[in-house]
Design a protein. Structure first.
Length: 249
């Protein structure tokens, strides 16, 4: 009986522990599966809008002296007639033909097509957002906005989420190990508290049924067994008195 009680308590507590851990683990996995790429695209589009607004108010004579933040790559002024870079925040690119620009080699056709239209426009390339704003009829300001900065920002957040969820998973593993150990201790305590007194009570009744009046229960039994001990003693005393009266006759 002691073993059965131990196994039942252990199985019940382990099952509850496993269900709780599974629920937490499922929520952690759902957090890790969140796709942040739409956030990167949204940030990129908003930054491009801000950059387009800045180009509309930018003084072309200040381009050479501009100091750009890390999220911007380059701003330059191009002559629409010969496609030469008149001014640039990158000194080495001044005087360079637009078709030789290292960041625009694969997108020259799209850029020149937008320049021919002579209107403010935005062209998305695999690595950059190219924002263009005309300056009269002979020149155009072009800004390069790299996608890497927004992607890096989102990637940093993804790494932070992965780090936090890993710590949660590790804590969950420790919780499971501690919970399993606690389940073992709890099952052992319950089996000792319940099974041992019940076994003694059954042994006492068995002895009484066989006429063994020498078997006695511990009068210092636990409070749960106190009523049974009192009842057992009364029955035992009554049987002894009855047998004694029968023997006297």
């Amino acid at each position: 009986m002691k073993l059965k009680v131990f196994l039942v308590v252990l199985a019940g507590s382990t099952l509850m522990l496993a269900i709780s851990a599974a629920l937490v683990f499922t929520q952690v996995r759902s957090v890790r599966s969140v796709d942040l790429s739409p956030l990167a695209d949204s940030l990129y589009q908003e930054d491009a809008k801000i950059l387009s607004f800045i180009l509309a108010t930018l003084d072309p004579t200040r381009i050479d002296s501009l100091r750009l933040p890390p999220s911007w790559a380059e701003i330059f002024l191009v002559n629409t007639a010969d496609l030469q870079l008149i001014a640039s925040t990158e000194p080495s690119h001044r005087g360079m033909p637009l078709y030789r620009h290292p960041q625009l080699l694969d997108q020259a056709e799209a850029i020149t097509g937008a320049i021919r239209k002579g209107a403010a426009s935005t062209v998305s390339t695999p690595g950059y957002m190219v924002v263009m704003h005309p300056q009269g009829s002979e020149s155009m300001i072009i800004a390069l906005k790299p996608k890497a900065w927004e992607k890096g920002l989102v990637a940093k957040q993804e790494q932070e989420i992965a780090s936090r969820t890993y710590r949660i998973t590790l804590a969950l593993g420790i919780f499971l190990a501690a919970g399993l150990l606690l389940s073992l201790v709890l099952a052992w305590v319950v089996s000792r508290t319940v099974a041992v007194p019940v076994k003694k009570a059954l042994d006492a009744l068995e002895a009484l049924s066989l006429g063994d009046f020498d078997y006695d229960l511990d009068e210092k039994a636990t409070s749960e067994m106190g009523l049974f001990v009192e009842s057992y003693l009364r029955v035992k005393t009554s049987l002894e008195m009855a047998l004694d009266m029968i023997a006297r006759r």
